[in-house]
Design a protein around this ligand. Sequence first.
Ligand SMILES: [Zn+2]
Length: 79
Amino acid sequence: MRVSVSSLDWLNLGMRFFTDSAQVHCPYCGESFELIVDTSAGDQSYIEDCYVCCAPIHFSITVDFEGELVVLAQHENDC
Ligand SMILES: [Zn+2]
């Protein structure tokens, strides 16, 4: 049985269009981790606890004019 690889590729491209990942550093403990972002939602700003030290990190997520993901991770009180 043959598996169509091309249709799988298209699926992956579609996924990639709507989600992206960025390497971020926790401003509290300095631990780096990968953040998965739903880019279809546009610019976002939210607070999420660091999974290492549980401190509240303020994430500012923007997509620049070239479609590159820009993620800022700040202390909650810096914003
Ligand atoms: Zn942390």
